[in-house]
Structure formats: structure tokens, C-alpha cells
Design a protein around this ligand. Structure first.
Ligand code: PMP
Length: 468
């Protein structure tokens, strides 16, 4: 009977929760709160929806971790993975070995990405990719006889991963504090977010000018001969969804070129159509020397990341490897055949269904939906571009004052969101949305309706807790 079924589901669900609390250390989680509240166990997915182990349906408003572009039930990706596992489940790419999926994917990415990028190196995660970029750039500058040119420039609130070098590039205190990071020479520039980092009376253009002047001053004081590269997400995503101010990237590119500093676009979230252009750098009019890709490359059905390099960088690395006998860097899973086969099929689906175009077409309704929350008394800023956005909760709207206890309002909002059937990501008190790229106009409407109900209820809940 239905009652028995429900009881059985409850038992399963409770035993999973107990096991999770007893044995898992959850990434990016408030661990003590988790022990109290237990996990939200997701059991299955369908389109833009996921269902928990009690059968409750949610719109996955963040596409997992900004990544499940084709949605949660793409059978073609399962079929491709299965066939590849039967044919050749694993092979490596060390010592000149290769296999068709990784070769074809490198070729495909060289074709898709902006002109100067010709070469792909594969890893399993964005962090490994950015760590590898740091090492490649160091290797290149050693080969060029400029061993001092090693520092990286990054931005406060930028996110580039959590491994030793990538985590150092990340500009978020919670990823540094008590982890002994940064552990490589990196300078974090001012965060290019006008709402929070613009000063009173400053125009957006003045703000851009100030950031560019800062960049020039840092280069002058540190010495261009000590700075190897500047890395940035075209739009800072995990740091709160922060679109850059007008003219920012054009200026950064000009200054980097003038000082022989490589420009690295971390497109782990912005890549593959998210901003309404194929790659985020194209939205903001700059051309990188190196690009990091991951997440939507496979719609996260398999772990995979790619580093794209320009030909001149590759040539220096190749010359040096000849001298040393080998390019001494690589992972067991570099170019993994199942992951790269899934990536190829995923990119084919994105093309056939014109999902980049879908993001561009729905940008208007999606951003208008978000902006409609700007009038809410707790919303300081509603922002975004393409199919990505966030609302930032504040304690006092006129002065933009944040809540004293940062993150609590975000937690409450998440919990209400879950009740309303919507999963978004609370980054402190910033509520981020980044739905699957297959979303339809009607589904955008439903997502915004659930967000609206969440914010409606949030006002009372925040007041009830006496947050200020
Ligand atoms: N770069 C960016 C821009 C990212 O958003 C992320 C992950 N959110 C990473 C790098 C790190 O990727 P991973 O979690 O796969 O290591």
C-alpha cells in the first residue's frame, strides 16, 4: 500500500542520513550544522528537475554546480559512456599514446575556441587545470630564460579552485584561512564589482579607470619582469555572480599586452554559452592566451577539464621538453576516453539543439525576472547576464549594509527555497541562479515564481530571527 511504501522510503531515507552524518566529510559545508540537519539526498533527475529520496521535486536552479547544461536525463550521454566502456574503458595519453575520443575532442575545442587557442591538455577538474596552468607558465618562463617572471595576478572574490596553486589564485578568504594559502606568489587585485567596491559618488566608468590604474601601479611596483600572468573569470561566478564594469576587460587586456603578461580566461563556468556567447571572453571583448574549460564541457556527466593554449606557448613548452627529454607533467586520467567521448556527444547535443542560442534568446526573460526582485526590501542588487544571475540580500537597502551575521539569511533563504521546490546556491547572502541550458521560457517563469515566493516568505523569517 501507499502507506507501506512511504514508511519504507522514510526508513531508507533515515538510514542514509544517519550513515552520511556518521561517515562523510562534506565539501564546502558547515559541518556542525550538517550533523544537526542531515543531508538533502538527491535520488534522480529529469530535465531541469531533481527529486530527493522522499520523492519531492525541485527545479535545479544552479544546474548542479553551474554545470549540467543538457539537464539531468540526457540518455545519449549514458549510451555513449556505456559504448565507450565496452570498447575501450581506459587508456592513457602518456608517451605518445592516444585514443580517438581525446584526439577528436582536442580538435573540436581548437575549432570552437577563439583563434589563438590551438592546443588542449586534459585534466579531471578545474582545480587541476588551473594548477597545471601555473606550472606550464612557470615552465615556459624558465625555458625563455626569465626565471623571475613567475607571479600571478588574480582578483579578490575570483574562484579558480582549491588545490595548492589554484586555491592560491582563488580570492576568497574561506578558501585560504587555516589552509596556509596563498602558497604561490600571487597578488589579488580589487574585485571588479561596482555595487560593492565602487566608492560613493564614483561612476561605473570611474570605477573601471580606478581598477585599471591599480593594475598599472601594481605592475610598476612589482616589476613587469616578475609577473607572468593575470587570471580571471570573464564574470566572477562562485564569488557571487559579479559582472565586470564597462570597459574593464578591454583595459586589462591592453595593459597585459603592453607588459608582456599572459592573459588566462578561466571559463570553467562562463564557457559553452552560459553568458549568451560561446565563451565569456567574447561577451566582454578580450582574447586570452590560455583558457580553462570544465563543467559544461560534459554537462558534468563525467569529470573533465581542458586547458587551451595558444600556439606560441605550446612551441616554447615543446622546445623545452625536447631539451629535458619529456614534458614531465600529466595525470592518469588526462583525456580519459569515457569522459572525452561524453564531452564530444554533449557538445554535439548543445549544437544540434542550439543551446548557446537558447541562452541568448532567454537572456531577456531570465534577467527581467531577476531584476523584478530588485524592489524587494531585502534585495540590495539583482544582477547577471545571459543565463546566470544572483540577488544579494542586505540588512539595509539604502546604505547597502550587509547582515552582521553573514550567511545566515542565505541559509534561511535556501531552506525556504527547498520547501518551495527550488534549489539555488547561497553564497553568503548572495543567492545565485544558473539553470540548465535546456530551460524553456515557461520553466524560467516557474523558476522565478518559486524564487518570488521564497523571497516573500524570507522577509518574515529574517525578522522572526531578529537578523540585522
Ligand atoms: N574555476 C572556476 C571558474 C570554477 O567555477 C571552478 C569550480 N566552481 C573551478 C575553477 C574549480 O573546478 P573544480 O571544482 O572542478 O576543481
Amino acid at each position: 500500500s501507499l502507506q507501506h511504501l512511504k514508511a519504507a522510503m522514510d526508513t531508507l531515507s533515515n538510514s542514509l542520513a544517519a550513515a552520511d552524518i556518521a561517515h562523510t566529510l562534506h565539501p564546502n559545508t558547515n559541518l556542525r550544522l550538517h550533523e544537526k540537519n542531515g543531508p538533502l539526498v538527491i535520488a534522480r533527475g529529469d530535465g531541469i528537475h531533481v527529486y530527493d529520496d522522499r520523492g519531492k521535486e525541485y527545479i535545479e536552479g544552479l544546474a548542479g554546480l553551474w554545470s549540467v547544461g543538457v539537464g539531468f536525463s540526457e540518455k545519449r550521454l549514458a549510451d555513449v559512456a556505456y559504448k565507450q566502456m565496452l570498447k575501450l574503458p581506459y587508456y592513457h595519453t602518456f608517451s605518445s599514446k592516444g585514443h580517438e575520443p581525446s584526439i577528436r575532442l582536442a580538435e573540436k575545442l581548437a575549432e570552437m575556441t577563439p583563434e589563438p587557442l590551438t592546443r588542449a591538455f586534459f585534466t579531471s577538474s578545474g582545480s587541476e587545470a588551473n594548477d597545471t596552468i601555473v606550472k606550464m607558465v612557470w615552465y615556459m618562463n624558465n625555458a625563455l630564460g626569465r626565471p623571475k617572471k613567475k607571479k600571478f595576478l588574480s582578483r579578490i572574490k575570483g574562484y579558480h579552485g582549491i588545490t595548492i596553486a589554484a586555491g592560491s589564485l582563488t580570492g576568497l578568504p574561506v578558501n585560504h584561512k587555516d589552509f596556509d594559502l596563498p602558497a604561490i606568489p600571487v597578488h589579488h587585485l580589487t574585485c571588479p564589482h561596482f555595487y560593492r567596491f565602487g566608492t560613493e559618488g564614483e561612476s561605473e566608468a570611474d570605477f573601471t579607470a580606478r581598477l585599471l590604474a591599480e593594475l598599472e601601479a601594481v605592475i610598476l611596483s612589482e616589476g613587469a619582469d616578475t609577473i607572468a600572468a593575470l587570471i580571471g573569470e570573464p564574470l566572477i561566478a562562485a564569488g557571487g555572480v559579479l559582472p565586470p564594469p564597462v570597459g574593464y576587460w578591454e583595459g586589462v587586456e591592453r595593459i597585459c599586452r603592453a607588459n608582456d603578461i599572459l592573459l588566462v580566461a578561466d571559463e570553467v563556468i562562463c564557457g559553452f554559452g552560459r553568458l549568451g556567447t560561446p565563451f565569456g571572453c567574447q561577451k566582454y571583448g578580450f582574447t586570452p592566451d590560455i583558457m580553462t574549460l570544465s563543467k559544461q564541457i560534459t554537462s558534468s556527466y563525467m569529470p573533465l577539464a581542458a586547458i587551451m593554449l595558444s600556439e606560441p606557448i605550446y612551441q616554447v613548452i615543446a622546445d623545452n621538453s625536447e631539451k629535458l627529454g619529456i614534458f614531465g607533467h600529466g595525470f592518469t586520467a588526462s583525456g580519459h576516453p569515457v569522459a572525452t567521448a561524453v564531452a564530444l556527444e554533449n557538445l554535439a547535443i548543445m549544437e544540434e539543439r542550439d543551446l548557446f542560442g537558447n541562452a541568448a534568446r532567454l537572456e531577456g526573460v531570465f534577467q527581467a525576472g531577476l531584476r523584478s526582485f530588485a524592489d524587494h526590501p531585502l534585495v540590495g542588487e539583482a544582477r547577471g547576464t545571459g543565463l546566470i544571475g544572483a540577488v544579494e540580500l542586505v540588512a539595509d537597502k539604502p546604505t547597502r549594509r550587509p547582515f552582521a551575521k553573514v550567511g545566515r539569511a542565505g541559509q534561511i533563504a535556501s531552506a525556504i527555497g527547498h520547501e518551495e521546490g527550488l534549489i539555488f546556491r547561497a553564497i553568503g547572502d548572495q543567492l545565485a541562479l544558473c539553470p540548465p541550458m535546456i530551460i524553456t521560457e515557461d520553466e524560467v517563469g516557474e523558476l522565478m515564481a518559486r524564487m518570488d515566493r521564497t523571497l516573500e516568505r524570507l522577509t518574515g523569517a529574517v525578522a522572526a530571527e531578529g537578523l540585522e
